[in-house]
Design a protein around this ligand. Sequence first.
Ligand code: AMP
Ligand code: ZN
Ligand code: ZN
Length: 300
Amino acid sequence: MKCKFCDKDSYIKLKSPKMYLCKEHFVEYFEDKVKKSIEKYKMLNKDEKILVAVSGGKDGHAAAWVLKKLGYNIELFHINLGIKGFSDESLKAVNELAEKLDVPLHVVNLKDITGKTMEDIRGKKCSICGITKRYLMNKFGYENGFDVIVTGHNLDDEVAFILNNIMNWSVSYLARQGPVLPQRGKYPKKVKPLYENTEEEISAYAEVVGLEVFSEKCPFAKKAITLEYKEMLNKLEEKRPGMKYNFLVGYLKNRHLFEKELEDIPFVECKVCGMSSSGEVCSFCRTWGLKEEVDLKVKE
Ligand code: AMP
Ligand code: ZN
Ligand code: ZN
């Protein structure tokens, strides 16, 4: 098939809206979509100091790449979780990206902070990994004066997350999800520029622009329920293109219905580390058994 906009052979068939695009027009389409999401949800300004959280996978890589191309002031942030085989490859990919983009990269090692790695955790690894990553992003961003933290979460991540939280009726999570999470206490603003981009599009984009990503899933996440939701949703999307996007739009329209749930959740400072927390000791300090604050400030 030919590209919708020129005489070249198509590189990709998009399903919603249905169209065939050549490489050049696909790149243009993808970057324009990110730009429009940033504008539509009022995510970022050109004068903000932006920290992009990168795991080494396609999403963070693509987000950083597009933001730099659009002229935003970005630095990269990576958490080394100390997972055998996986973390070394992730770090390699992140180093390569920083070099290609010519932007500063900050790496935080979980082991330096807690004395342990994700390997040492038994049981609920995925939820602990989530708590750990969120905390370190927030604390690093806050201590080093970043205005905003960018993550690579995409449309598929968001839809799977919301569906999972509906299945569990985790109403407080449903009240707080979205493309922009405003600054709150010591948590910097968080935004997701790939909010409307599908996983499929992002993989294709990473390939066309030549990003060297580490595409393996975390060995601990292989059985994650969200992966099963994604598979199921893709099957439904095949039959009803646009369904995932419509679900997300509907969620944003109805999110306020869940907000009441947040009123009763306390918002205080952790007595160990001083970060914003819903309990006396925050979930990070509790999980890792910390007795004193960790200093993440970059030394000049
Ligand atoms: P995940 O929870 O693995 O789906 O990742 C969601 C987003 O969190 C990614 O797109 C990154 O922006 C960020 N992220 C995940 N893992 C790391 C990491 N090890 N270091 C820094 N950011 C990460
Ligand atoms: Zn074309
Ligand atoms: Zn704490």
